[in-house]
Design a protein around this ligand. Structure first.
Ligand code: KG4
Ligand code: ZN
Length: 334
């Protein structure tokens, strides 16, 4: 069978990225230009600044990727683009680039949901087996998604308030850690013990999550200790927070695996880089005898490799967009 090459473009937040992936499983070349250093001083991503940097970077990133792959746009079969969800100004830069390429080179345009991208980062590791449970944990999402086949998504549940990554970042900020705080909190937790008592969020029978109560509990605890003049044992607080947050994900994932007869569980999204979560998910998979995949670190945070991989399966599913495709800041995974 003829090989299929998909060019992917991602610009939904603060990473400008272009990648070429062969048959949805093999990375040919990827370039990621991150703006973390630019937004660090503001304690989070500033949308207006992010889109301006995407404009500045996108052509260079595209050219660098094509030269790394030693290919030209004529050689690719389709252009896959993150149309949403994300920051609207950022999304638009990638989208207009993708539309221009698709129009000029007469290539099919494949719309990719950002979360489908995070999920399909796993197809670069191992073929998917169905029914599959995707545990999506990122800065904007915390969701359990059942897949009965490629591109057949059924959302079982999600967060009722904050996403887990958002919660990590806010807790980290209170502890004086630089943006993005998630990875730094993860590292700090390794040095501590979970000695602080924190509330376990949403202990119910649903597949939903709630992280805002946990976030407030950590913030209140830190402030109260400060007012009493008690020094906070930061590593212990990080470990305590992490234990409860991870436990919530594990409990609901366990329920979904059992209820839905899941064969393959995958972890997806930026928080999939979290060491304790990865280890706890691995243990859960062993306990319930299901396959488990987690992307390597470089495919966990935003990148276009995952968009090109998802784009391949969307292409096979017959998904196409025309020049009227618009960016969406919010959209359900379908
Ligand atoms: O998927 P992503 O790159 O962006 C979204 O689509 O939201 O995820 C970014 C999130 C941030 O909240 C960041 O703090 C978190 O992933 N993150 C981590 C770790 N690495 C990244 N959170 C906890 N532990 C980590 N090691
Ligand atoms: Zn993401």
């Amino acid at each position: 069978m003829k090989d299929t090459y998909i060019l992917g473009i991602e610009s939904s937040c603060d990473e400008t990225s272009v990648s070429i992936v062969k048959n949805g499983t093999e990375e040919i070349a990827t370039v990621v230009s991150s703006q973390i250093d630019i937004h660090k001083d503001f304690g989070g991503v500033v949308p207006e600044i992010a889109s301006r940097h995407h404009v500045k970077n996108v052509t260079m990133v595209l050219e660098e990727c094509m030269s790394k792959a030693n290919m030209s746009i004529e050689d690719v079969d389709a252009i896959a683009i993150t149309y949403g969800p994300g920051l609207i100004g950022s999304l638009l830069i990638g989208l207009e680039t993708a539309k221009t390429l698709a129009f000029v080179y007469n290539k099919p345009l494949i719309p990719v949901h950002h979360i489908a991208g995070h999920i399909y980062a796993n197809s670069l590791v191992k073929p998917m087996e169905f029914p599959l449970l995707a545990v999506v944990v990122s800065g904007g999402h915390t969701e359990l998604i059942e897949m009965t086949d490629h591109y057949k998504f059924n959302k079982l549940g999600g967060t009722l308030d904050d996403a887990i990554g958002e919660c990590y970042d806010k807790v980290a900020r209170v502890m004086g850690l630089e943006y993005p705080g998630g990875p730094k909190l993860d590292k700090l937790a390794m040095e501590g013990k979970p000695t602080y008592k924190l509330p376990v969020p949403l202990k119910d029978d649903s597949y939903n999550f709630s992280f805002s109560g946990l976030k407030s509990a950590v913030i209140n605890l830190a402030h109260n200790e400060e007012q009493r003049g008690n020094p906070i044992r930061e590593a212990d607080l990080a470990a305590s927070f992490q234990k409860v947050a991870v436990e919530a994900i594990i409990t609901k994932s366990r329920k979904a695996i059992i209820d839905k007869g899941i064969k393959h569980m995958i972890l997806a999204g930026g928080v999939a880089a979290n060491k304790i979560l990865r280890a706890a998910m691995e243990d859960l998979a062993k306990e319930l005898d299901v396959d488990f995949t987690v992307p390597p670190m470089k495919y966990c945070t935003d990148n276009a490799t995952m968009i090109a991989a998802a784009g391949y399966f969307a292409y096979l599913d017959g998904r196409r967009a025309d020049m009227t495709l618009n960016s969406k800041s919010q959209d359900e995974l379908r």
